[in-house]
Design a protein around this ligand. Structure first.
Ligand SMILES: Cc1cc2nc3c(=O)[nH]c(=O)nc-3n(C[C@H](O)[C@H](O)[C@H](O)COP(=O)(O)OP(=O)(O)OC[C@H]3O[C@@H](n4cnc5c(N)ncnc54)[C@H](O)[C@@H]3O)c2cc1C
Length: 395
């Protein structure tokens, strides 16, 4: 049995930052980081962007942490290894290779996985779910030989993938099937969503809006896609981007698993003392905007990793207190979202114009500012938006 002061489960950005924070505050404690993927933590967000667009891949560009950092900081990092069982009472984790780790404190950083729609053919060859570097390599490879690709979904990931595939190979027909009338409708006001949708059409993406997926057809490999309205669309490759779910299998049927993620307190600690949950997994109290929230965005996982890692050492006791924030890139558009975009605004104040691709839209619920959307902004503008929103919230 291996004995450790700290065990980090999941080597994504959250797990990486938890390790960094532990080492910052505790130079000696023994740490094991276990990651199911074959790679050291990498920039997952690039997978739907330059990873698909660029002709030649430069692996260095994708690394978040140089894997030599771990031995240099006396962290036992095990990639290509999954934690298969977790005994919370005994504080023991079993690894895929049969070894067991007894730990004092743990951080759950297992992230999320793509949702699979409940239709026929979801497991066919050439139906891709983009989450990992491995999925992205497969998608790149398949797209090189295909003329006709369908992206199912109309959210951030679906739009990024469609735009990148279009840029990757102009000769390829790229279609997007989305059950709503506009892309990104979950995040954007109607006018902005209509503008983005038009931008995709202008850039040669075929749009099947108001159409729902009924199933994938093919013997072993995808041939056609059926829609609920009875249409049948030929496609040799499909990318399904219909949301995701937190990777909670390890803690299923325990209080560490809830319908919205792993519930944690202000310090990102679960109800089991010494066990923390972060990133895509954590259902945390939003101290600035109110309510409980689970975010599936990069900055959130990163910052929560730093907070949980520091708190685990017992040398710090930091509350997680960040505004929700994420960004997206599609074609030459860059959108930054500061605040809460989970509800349609009742009022929008637009500065600048959609036509010029440069604008700021302030989203209100009644007279309360809840979110600031910036198109083609600078990091400085994003920081100012955070300050403005905090001030409006009285924080
Ligand atoms: C293609 C793509 C593009 C994205 N683009 C953006 C973007 O532009 N902006 C943005 O804000 N966010 C973006 N995101 C979301 C962002 O990447 C995630 O929110 C972030 O990666 C979450 O970090 P995490 O550490 O919580 O989880 P993850 O990054 O998912 O890492 C979790 C890791 O844990 C591993 N794991 C799971 N179970 C186990 C186990 N039992 N044992 C060991 N290891 C395990 C997983 O294999 C994975 O490597 C994107 C996501 C994807 C997939």
């Amino acid at each position: 049995m291996i004995q450790r002061d700290y065990l980090i489960i999941g080597a994504g950005i959250g797990g990486a930052c938890a390790c960094e924070a532990i080492r910052k505050h505790d130079k000696r404690g023994s740490v094991t980081l276990v990651g199911a993927e074959a790679y050291a933590p990498y920039k997952r967000w690039l997978l739907s962007k330059s990873f698909l667009r660029e002709k030649t891949l430069v692996p260095r560009k994708y690394a978040e942490v140089d894997e030599r950092w771990y031995p240099a900081h006396k962290i036992d990092a095990r990639f290509n290894t999954a934690v298969t069982q977790l005994n919370i009472d005994r504080r023991v984790a079993v690894l895929g290779n049969g070894e067991s780790v007894e730990f004092n404190k743990a951080c759950l950083a297992m992230g999320s996985r793509p949702g699979r729609p409940p239709v026929a053919g979801v497991g066919l060859g050439n139906v891709i779910y983009l989450r990992s570097m491995r999925d992205a390599f497969a998608l790149r490879e398949m797209a090189e030989h295909e003329k006709n690709v369908m992206v199912v979904g109309g959210g951030l990931l679906a739009c990024e993938v469609a735009a990148s595939l279009r840029q990757m190979k102009m000769k390829m027909k790229v279609s997007v099937m989305h059950r709503h009338g506009t892309l990104l409708n979950r995040y954007l006001d109607f006018e902005t969503a209509t503008w983005v949708t038009g931008y995709f059409a202008k850039n040669g993406v075929t749009l099947l809006l108001g159409e729902s997926l009924n199933g994938f057809e093919g013997k072993t490999v995808l041939r056609n896609i059926q829609t609920k309205s009875g249409n049948r669309v030929a496609a040799g490759l499909a990318v399904v981007a219909c949301g995701g779910e937190p990777n909670l299998d390890l803690v299923r049927n325990t209080p560490l698993s809830g319908p919205h993620g792993s519930p944690v307190n202000d310090y990102l600690e679960t109800e089991e003392k010494g066990i923390y949950a972060i990133g895509d997994l954590a259902f945390y109290p939003d101290r600035l905007m109110g309510g409980m929230r689970r975010q599936t965005h990069w900055e959130n996982a990163r910052e929560q990793g730093f907070v949980a890692g520091a708190n685990m050492t017992g040398k710090k006791r930091i509350r997680y207190e960040q505004l929700p924030y994420f960004w997206t890139e599609m074609f030459d558009l860059r959108l930054d979202f500061v605040g809460d975009f989970t509800m349609q605004p009742t009022r929008v104040d637009l500065t600048g114009t959609h036509a010029k691709k440069k604008f700021t839209a302030r989203y209100y619920q009644g007279d309360r500012l809840r979110g600031i959307l910036i198109s083609a902004g600078t990091p400085k503008q994003v920081e100012s938006a955070k300050t403005e929103l905090k001030r409006a919230l009285g924080k």
